[in-house]
Design a protein around this ligand. Structure first.
Ligand code: HH2
Length: 247
């Protein structure tokens, strides 16, 4: 899954793909590099990010979703039902739902649905990074949400531990270390570690543009532990790693 943030402020690629044509070209380039899905988002969810009004989010994402849907499976990364509904109507076939609350919208469109674990909102989530047992609590939340999605009629339910969302670096590492616990639920697991700050911290404060090797290690680890998909910025390099893991 290649990341395409049509935002001015995403932590790693904010501002680069705000122009529609540049965003579509980047999406198509990721397809050429081997992405199976392009994940289009119009609101940054980095810690402390400001909310974006639905109208602005729609203005950013809809033309990009429309243009890419003819070429590749498109997923829409949003927390808003209104944006999800419009993007799925415009050709997206997967709803990447970091709020894990929009299963009805996915069901209404016959779309796939990713339930990601988070607490609070991006503005407040780092205040909620406290667990007795992060792996067990994340698992319990995701199984409950996934069952709700299936009951709502979603035929393709994914789960995602939400690395960096209401989590410390230690929580992220624990979830990666015990990813098999999520895989054992039977739901396909999506993991997004790409370029996240815990990778920077573990690699001598590598800047966001300098985390490729750490990101590849995290993606390779996740795939080897059974993740069915990884959400990444660097598609070409990750596809090469994925082919080796698969072989
Ligand atoms: N991470 C981000 C955004 N969406 N969706 C899923 N399912 N899993 C993730 O780990 C995930 C996600 C954050 O990364 P990014 O899109 O690069 O940045 P921003 O939120 O600043 O746009």
């Amino acid at each position: 899954m290649g990341v395409l943030n049509v935002t001015p402020d995403s932590f790693s690629d904010g501002g680069r793909w705000l122009d529609r044509d540049a965003a579509v070209a980047h999406g198509l380039a990721m397809v050429t590099e081997g992405a199976d899905v392009v994940d289009v988002g119009g609101e940054s969810t980095r810690p402390g990010a400001a909310d974006v009004p639905a109208r602005e989010e729609l203005r950013r994402v809809l033309p990009v979703v429309q243009a890419l849907a003819a070429h590749v499976r498109v997923s829409i990364d949003t927390r808003k039902a209104e944006v999800a509904d419009a993007a799925l109507a415009a050709g997206a076939t997967m709803l990447n739902d970091v709020s894990a609350s929009l299963c009805e919208v996915a069901a209404a469109h016959g779309a796939g649905w990713v339930a990601m674990h988070m607490r609070g909102t991006p503005a407040t989530m780092q205040q909620h990074a406290s667990y007795d047992d992060a792996v067990a609590e994340v698992r319990q939340f995701l199984v409950e949400r996934a069952s709700a999605g299936a009951a709502a009629g979603v035929g393709e339910v994914w789960i995602d531990p939400g690395l960096g969302f209401a989590k410390t670096g230690e929580h992220n590492l624990s979830l990666l270390r015990h990813l098999d616990v999520l895989v054992a639920t039977g739901y396909p697991v999506l993991v997004g570690a790409s370029r996240k700050s815990f990778i920077g911290r573990l690699t001598g404060d590598a800047s966001v543009d300098d985390r490729l090797e750490g990101s590849l290690a995290a993606a390779t680890w996740a795939m080897q532990k059974g993740a069915a998909m990884v959400r990444v910025h660097d598609v070409r390099a990750t596809v090469q790693a994925a082919r080796l893991v698969a072989a």
